[in-house]
Design a binder for this molecule. Structure first.
Ligand SMILES: [Fe+2]
Ligand SMILES: [Fe+2]
Length: 255
């Protein structure tokens, strides 16, 4: 795989996934001859045209945007920030939590899919209006509903790119939990991705709580762990997964 983009027609590129090298995230692109190469999130022009092609190749996306009255504006600045920051950090935490789980639980998870999905999980935010994404106060019901479609949008954007089905499902359900009270609703037959979903979900939340957001300060390690412990008590996260996060935080998150 090449690190630099050769001078080629960007209209024929597709996004195949993401990889982490030296703790930095890169998107994996493929050209029309099947050659793969890597790009950071910084090339806003490339990402704008790529996301536009993703929208054009899946009419379901236009239907979702229309239903929620969202203009199809592509926020590549947010995508770049998420790629370098929150999505990359979620991947570090998810892999760390995975590595601290017992063998019988690990066996139920596809580590490569977990890693890739963590790095791409909030891709759908590229279509969420920035006034909602960056609102400094609590979202109202309508804004919350719009915010909550980002996981479905991420899934729909990547669906036509040839991304692995397990990765797609982890992205779609990264806001789900053991009690199935998250979003979007899980199909009734789906239980197989529960462990992977819980790992990506706890890693996502922990990463978010440990960052300052426009609407709140950065929480301490103890505050973040206490908030997530509530989810164990409510039966939304398996204690074993929470314990692995607790160990992860003790070992690796000591600032
Ligand atoms: Fe999310
Ligand atoms: Fe996230």
């Amino acid at each position: 795989m090449q690190l630099k983009t050769p001078n080629r027609d960007e209209r024929f590129l597709s996004l195949k996934g993401a990889v982490q090298i030296n703790h930095s995230s890169f998107f994996v692109y493929e050209d029309k001859d099947g050659r793969k190469f890597l790009k950071t999130g910084e090339d806003e022009k490339l990402h704008k045209s790529l996301v536009q092609r993703m929208i054009d190749s899946n009419p379901h996306i236009a239907r979702i945007l229309k239903r929620f009255r969202i203009k199809p504006l592509i926020d590549t600045k947010t995508l770049n920030e998420l790629t370098c920051g929150h999505m990359n950090e979620t991947c570090n935490i998810a892999v760390g939590v995975y590595s601290l789980l017992s063998g019988d639980i690990k066996e139920q998870v596809d580590k490569a899919a977990l890693k890739e999905a963590s790095m791409l999980h909030d891709l759908g935010k590229v279509l969420i209006p920035s006034k909602i994404l960056n609102k400094p106060s609590k979202l109202n019901i309508k804004e919350r509903k719009i915010m909550n479609i980002h996981s479905t949008l991420g899934y729909e954007l990547l669906k036509t790119q040839g991304v692995n089905e397990d990765v797609l499902n982890l992205i779609k359900y990264h806001h789900q939990n053991l009690k199935h009270t998250g979003y979007p609703a899980l199909p009734t037959e789906n239980t197989s991705s529960d462990i992977g979903v819980q790992i990506i979900s706890i890693a996502d939340k922990y990463s978010a709580l440990r960052e300052a957001r426009v609407y709140r300060r950065r929480l301490s390690r103890t505050e973040a762990l206490l908030i997530l412990y509530r989810e164990v008590r409510e039966g939304k996260i398996m204690p074993a997964i929470y314990n692995a996060l607790f160990k992860y935080a003790e070992i690796y998150d000591n600032q």
